[in-house]
Ligand binder design. Sequence first.
Ligand SMILES: [Cu+2]
Length: 752
Amino acid sequence: MTSHICTRAHHGRAPTLSLRPLCALLAALPFAALAQDAALQTITVKAPKAAVQPVGAAAADAEALQSGRASSSDTASLLRNLPGVSLFGAGGVSSLPSVHGLSDDRLRIQVDGMDLVSSCGNHMNPPLSYIDPTRVGSVRLFAGVTPVSVGGDSIGATIQVDSPAPEFAAPGQGRLLKGQAGTFYRSNGNGMGANLSATYATEQMSLRYDGSTAQSDNYKAARDFKAAGPAASNKPTQWLGGDEVGSSSYKTRNHSLAYALRSDEHLVEMRLGLQDIPYQNYPNQRMDMTGNDSHQFNLRYQGQYAWGQLQARAYQEKTRHSMNFGEDKQFWYGPAGNVPGMPMDTEGKTTGLQVKGDIALSARDTLRVGAELQNYRLDDWWLPSGGGMAPNTFWNIRDGQRDRADVYGEWEARWNPQWLSQIGLRSSHVRSNSGAVQGYNANYNMEANAFNARDRKRSDSNVDMTALARYTPNANASYEVGFAHKTRSPNLYERYTWSTGGMAMRMINLAGDGNGYVGNMELKPETANTLSATADWHDATGEQWGVKFTPYLTYVNNYIDARRCSGSGAMSACTTANQTATTGFAYLQFANQDARLHGFDLSGFTDLGRTANWGQFALSGVVSYVHGTNRTTGDRLYGTMPLNARAALTQRLGAWTGTAELVMVTAKTRVSAVRNELPTAGYGLVNLRGSYEWKQVRLDFGIDNLFDRFYNHPQGGAYVGQGQTMAGTAVPWGVRVPGMGRSFNVGLTVKF
Ligand SMILES: [Cu+2]
């Protein structure tokens, strides 16, 4: 099956001219990277469906991706239909996926194989914000028991979002020149954008450019959720309606250039990415993003050998992130109104190296072995602006480091057509550190000096283990059961933010709840033990009907939750009153506590048949339930979804596809008391989507929230989108960020 183009040279036959640069590149590449699915068809390992989709794994289908692009510029929203997934509200292109009650850094989220790290005290730039939905080629989710080969430094699911695989000219075609241009408009928020991609390829070389822009004004809820008025008392002309969600506007630009070379068995791809977000405002954070510039370099190799497949990747990502108060938040502070906002700057650099081999030991056994290195550097500083924020620069995190080295091995065996087993072990070493810090002035000295006097180096040796078995008794059913032991080390904000000054604490918030947080150098890694099973019943083809049921149970030791902070000093917000307050914004410190999560996903689909006049109808649905408890305090875990369901009826008739979708969410009454989390009422939404495809043109249109129903998403967070947000009590507590009212969306895509 394999022949070695490059090694042929050693046997006396020169490689063809066009392959020489490729071979040189290969020789210069001791390490390389790995996309989970082989991008290049000629070298894709053909495996049964079972091997491609391990326990809990799911992929978003192409139709869902395409229609999702018309309704949102938020890449995380492409995951919306997958069982067990919900989204934490943030900026318009930065929401945070939550899977089985775990979110943010608890998930391993990879974009084109890169493990990107959010460099912001509010996690405004999470991994998925670095790829525009129009560039997404595939979305894959490993929920439940994640194989160690795709896991690591996470206790929950793994999400892999990849650009389209490089395309090459077909044999004999000579050259391939193709592209696509698209544009969209969304009525709510006046959202608009455009994208362009172009590919030039020969049989061995492929060059592709992707560019996209998206922008939106503030969106509107279905009705008033606060009084209409000026954005801030000293911004009389910046008027916000009662239904207008302040600080929900954004503007983003992304560019990507990919160059790939291939031979029969080898593929090398180099990708350069550039992001420029001039502004992205946050209705549930006290700050707004006033800039995010990112540069990405990503080189990967994939090769087929007699022994199996080798994948390798080297990448670097640099982010320059800045925050201040956007147009809906008060900018001038101080008694004289002469303190110009609060500049906050962040610089993050992530460098990664990955190598992975899939070794076919026998017809029965596959061994996957791999190694990963990641270096992360972070500086987070706040320039003096006046008043109490002067005369020095506030160093929130200085010379932050978080370096990770992993090795893993995973053995998969197909004992017979009925039984498959997979067992894996991953060892991970995480070292983190922080340099000396300083506050704006002497008022911060006590805590800064105490922080600087400590040994801040932390070293975590983590071991992950997963085991799963799949039983396929016949063509109509399969059953999987798995166990995973997984570990995540704290991130730098959880470990090293140091000031209990109220204003400084309010700037550290990874939850969107308006509270203030401070780090904890004593934090230990959180470890999860998960038991998950899946029963999958379907017709013999798997295309007529199917029902899938996945219950799960996770015990987390040293879960990084939060407790009301205690402390002293003139600046400290950790007062006695804060200890027991049951309303208002609270001040918290990250703390290791034990937790338990359990729940289930139930999903299914069925073909309803076809009529000559009305085409084919299909019904699909998913029900998700999760229950999260802090075992140490008895409190509920923050930000878990209440019972929710989604049902969709789809009609296909020729080039037309239409979908009516019903989303139902029950009331959220189980709230985190320690964070003063707000309960939300239950609601139901109807969305309509349709698309029509001509030979080279595709039109997508839809109405989101057809009946203009008012709702608060349980994970929308606390509304701090306008007013004097830097101050502790000047923004009212108890207002939720409402969901979007009705929006008419249209998207047009032209292929050439
Ligand atoms: Cu930020």
